[in-house]
Design a protein around this ligand. Sequence first.
Ligand code: DHB
Ligand code: MG
Length: 218
Amino acid sequence: MADGLWAAVDGYIDAALVFQDDALRHALAETEKAGAPAINVSPAQGKLLYLLAKLVNARRILEIGALGGYSAIWMGSALPEGGRLVTIEHSWKYAALARANIVYAGLSDKVEVVEGAGLDVLPALEGPFDLIFIDADKPNNPEYFRWAMKLCREGGAIVVDNVVRGGGVIDAENADSSVQGVRRMNELIAREPRAEATAIQTVGAKGYDGFCLIRVAG
Ligand code: DHB
Ligand code: MG
């Protein structure tokens, strides 16, 4: 595959259009230094989340899966004065890392990291949110989608990361619980009259992947 070229073009796009600031670069560097897996969104994807937040006029954003806070910093930077982002992180180590990176970014008045498992934390949250980013353990995607539909306002958007699974998503018999998580989530989306959705395959610095975009209708 052309992974080298995809990464090079992502590098070009970053330099031409994305313009990461020091806080974002710092978050990536600290995440790498902490030995975390390199599963943060790419800079271009982070900028897409930032743009989506602005396009839905997001004042309240929810993220499931913070890792080192990189995507939270992108989305948090899109918030207006008084806006809030809540991000849920299961790992205490990554929750602490995300908090430190958010402080460095000057976003600690807007962005809150809640430590805990997504399915433990979600029932305690009060909606509505304008934008919800699901990027945690993939087997639980169906449950995360259910919660997102409860917590997202009419006209808001839900984004789900990593929905292609290297192409495994097309195989109904695939034994991978992440593949089955995405497939069961897609079945729920298809049956949900308030959800309008698509999925886009992506290539880039993170290889071959894809995301699902859902608009919550009334
Ligand atoms: C994995 C998780 C992610 O959220 C991602 O963007 C890429 C990979 C993973 O668990 O392997
Ligand atoms: Mg992801």
